[in-house]
Design a protein around this ligand. Structure first.
Ligand code: URA
Ligand code: CA
Length: 434
């Protein structure tokens, strides 16, 4: 087999065979096929697309390029959730203990990642003592015992994806549905879950800003998951404004605690219930979405979800007095309110701009080496559709730096207030199951 012929076939719009896909992925991972040939093939895929069958094979071969986590020692159907990423997306912190409280085993492998705030692990590390450096055996026994545990990302998961992603990054081929879908799904599948719930975000703060692109990506990922034998479904949710009120690591932990006690922001709570009920049904712990949702809601109010969260923190070394008294979480040295310059209705809170402001405060990582300030961030007091009076605080900035003028300017630019009335954006656009 020659790489030249594979490039030519794809260039001419032919469907690649399983063997051709295996040949190029394995050859590239081993270093036998040069970057320039793979670049040409990626560009051909960008223009010619891939069939559902090609996408499923590509994903499977990428999964097989590295370690695969074996969760078979955990009893029950292991359900994982993946978000394509947004601003102030606190859902994992809430969903993991919430669905575990109904007996769905959550074996979560999580990362730190780059972005406006840290990843789930960074956020959890604002709880003193909490750690994810546990062995695979400890991880599995914790999930069997408590139904929920989080472990740091393994070193050698989907090396083929790592190499391809870096190459796509410099060859203008990131933005291709088959390549994005197989990249995301390969990592999820290698992490071992039996079933996967995807939260595909759309809007200014999302990777897929356009709703139709988000739908297409969601369908592609659901198809791949189901083709390779993992029950998969997707929720397309709004990320035009940040989710919930808090953006920042410790601030989001506090928001997660409040939500687990049934006192969280409406949008965040609603999205967690939507995603959670899908997870519970996939995990065979309820017969219908309505039943699952009602039972999850009950556990937010009867203390069970919060108890589960504390058990989870304690089992991984976390100091649970922080959960009982969130004022013990890392705190910024100053809190400054941003007053509205005029009265009216909030028409937009541009999610990615708010994310950049959080980044300027030090809440996120620009490079792998950057240090995160767990205490800083932004807490919104108004969301799109809310009325506001002149001088009323739109949000509070939590900062550790002396000069926040630039951050304030950025925030003012990201929030639009109009005189007419405005409806809150639809939170869940669509649910895709097949
Ligand atoms: N995120 C991924 O993991 N892969 C992509 O290709 C794009 C976004
Ligand atoms: Ca939030």
């Amino acid at each position: 087999m020659r790489m030249y012929d594979i490039i030519e076939n794809k260039r001419d719009g032919k469907e690649l065979t399983d063997e051709e896909i295996q040949f190029f992925i394995n050859g590239y991972t081993k270093g036998d096929i040069p970057d320039y040939q793979v670049s040409a093939l990626l560009m051909a895929i960008y223009f010619q697309d891939m069939t559902e069958k090609e996408r499923a094979i590509l994903t499977t071969v990428m999964v097989q390029s590295g370690d695969q986590i074996d969760l078979s020692e955990i009893s029950g159907i292991k359900v994982d959730k993946h978000s394509t990423g947004g601003v102030g997306d606190t859902t994992t912190l809430i969903l993991a203990p919430l669905v575990a409280s109904l007996g769905v085993p959550v074996a979560k492998m999580s990362g730190r990642g780059l972005g406006h705030t840290g990843g789930t692990i960074d956020k959890l590390e604002s709880v003193p003592g909490f750690h994810v450096e546990i062995t695979n055996d400890e991880f599995i026994s914790l999930v069997n015992q408590n139904k929920v545990a989080v472990i740091g990302q393994s070193g050698n998961l989907t090396p083929a994806d790592k190499k391809l992603y870096s190459l796509r990054d410099v060859t203008a081929t990131v933005n291709s549905i088959p390549l994005i879908a197989s990249s995301i799904m390969s990592k999820k599948i290698a992490a071992g879950a039996d079933a996967i719930v995807l939260d595909v975000k759309t809007g200014a703060g999302a990777f897929m800003k356009d709703l139709n692109d988000a739908k297409e990506l969601a369908k592609a990922m659901v198809s791949i998951g189901n083709h390779v034998g993992r029950k998969t479904m997707a929720v397309i949710s709004d990320m035009s404004q940040p989710l919930g009120n808090a953006i920042g690591n410790a601030l989001e932990v506090k928001e997660a605690i409040e939500t687990l006690q049934g006192k969280g922001p409406e949008d965040l709570t609603e999205l967690c219930l939507t995603l959670g009920s899908q997870m519970v049904v996939l995990g065979n712990k309820a017969n219908s979405l309505d039943e699952a949702k009602a039972r999850l809601e009950e556990n937010l109010h009867n203390g069970k979800a919060f108890e589960q969260f504390k058990t989870f923190l304690r089992s991984q070394g976390g100091d649970i007095s922080v959960a009982e008294d969130p004022t013990l979480l890392p705190k910024a040295s100053k809190m400054v309110e941003l007053p509205a310059k005029k009265g009216g209705t909030v028409a937009s809170i541009i999610a990615d701009q708010i994310g950049s402001a959080a980044m300027m405060l030090g809440a996120g990582r620009a490079t792998k080496e950057s240090e995160i300030d767990l205490a800083v961030g932004i807490v919104l007091h108004k969301k799109v559709g809310d009325k506001v009076e002149i001088g009323e605080p739109l949000l509070t900035i939590h900062a550790n730096q002396s000069d926040i003028q630039e951050v304030q300017n950025k925030l003012y630019e990201s929030i639009e207030i109009v005189e007419s009335s405005v409806k809150a954006p639809l939170l869940v656009h669509e649910i895709i199951t097949e």
